[in-house]
Write a protein that binds this ligand. Structure first.
Ligand SMILES: [Zn+2]
Length: 270
């Protein structure tokens, strides 16, 4: 996936924490008073480009190349010296350069407006959007190779997006469980829970410790093979947490063409 988390101690990715925070469910008054986090912002130069460094109370180094401009950001533990951060960034230079290059050659996709005849995708196929304004019920459906979206009269982009995304989510909720079943049996692993989310930087993620897997809603627009590749990829993390050689061997064993689909997914920006 485009975003990688590098850990200081080992190559095992830092545990992915579920984004649901209990605090956010508490009313304002009941929330514990949080001590302001200590932050240190610096910039460092690396092979002619600037890297934004934020040091805070964390245990591991995180590095990301952010779309659309390829800004490089590093989060580092407070105590770590600039020299060590620079060394770390330098060790990732080849990867950073590759990511930056990829973002530059990517054409800026024009914003989706949900207008009649606009092209939308499902399972790797393109469909022409047909908007029906009707105050009765809101739904989306595929009919005669077109994607119909029934929305209230005068609905704005946000409402149209919500109706279509709800439909997309429903489709993915039906498509994923049989794939999980199939690969659980083949790989002899157990998925405890899966969820679908809109994510900006990854196609999926897995917390091996808890057996929880998250899938990006955007996968519903990709080919069935790409969706299956991500299912196999995330299930493989239940056997191997990091993207090391063992992980690649597992992927070769279970989904031999995985590199092809990885390339396909990497060719689009999220
Ligand atoms: Zn992975």
């Amino acid at each position: 996936m485009p975003l990688k988390i590098f850990s200081l101690n080992s190559l095992v990715p830092a545990a992915i924490v579920d984004s649901i925070k209990l605090n956010s469910l508490l009313p304002e008054m009941l929330r514990p008073v949080r001590v302001k986090q200590k932050l240190k912002h610096t910039n460092l130069m690396l092979a002619g480009f600037e890297v934004e460094v934020t040091q805070k109370k964390i245990k591991h180094l995180h590095l990301k190349v952010c779309p659309p401009n390829g800004t490089v950001r590093i989060s580092a533990p407070l105590h770590l010296s600039q020299e060590k951060i620079h060394k770390f960034a330098l060790s990732k230079l080849a990867w950073i350069t590759k990511q930056k290059k990829r973002m530059q050659i990517q054409p800026q996709s024009k914003p989706v407006e949900y207008t009649n005849a606009e092209t939308h995708y499902f399972r790797g196929q393109s469909y022409c959007l047909r908007i029906i304004e009707n105050n009765k019920i809101q739904f989306a459906e595929l009919r005669n190779n077109q994607l119909y979206l029934q929305v209230p009269e005068g609905a704005d982009t946000e409402i149209k997006r919500a109706v279509l995304d709800a439909w997309y989510r429903l489709q993915l909720m039906e498509l994923i469980p049989p794939l999980i079943k199939k690969w659980e049996l083949k790989m002899n692993v157990t998925v405890k829970h899966f969820s679908i989310r809109s994510m900006k930087t990854r196609w999926g993620s897995c917390t091996p410790k808890t057996g929880r897997i998250r899938f990006n809603l955007e996968l519903v627009k990709k080919s069935p093979e790409c969706l299956e590749y991500i299912v196999v990829h995330e299930l493989a993390h239940l056997l191997e947490a990091s993207h090391n050689n063992r992980f690649k061997e597992l992927m070769d064993q279970y989904y031999p063409d995985w590199k092809l689909y990885r390339k396909e997914l990497r060719s689009v920006s999220l």
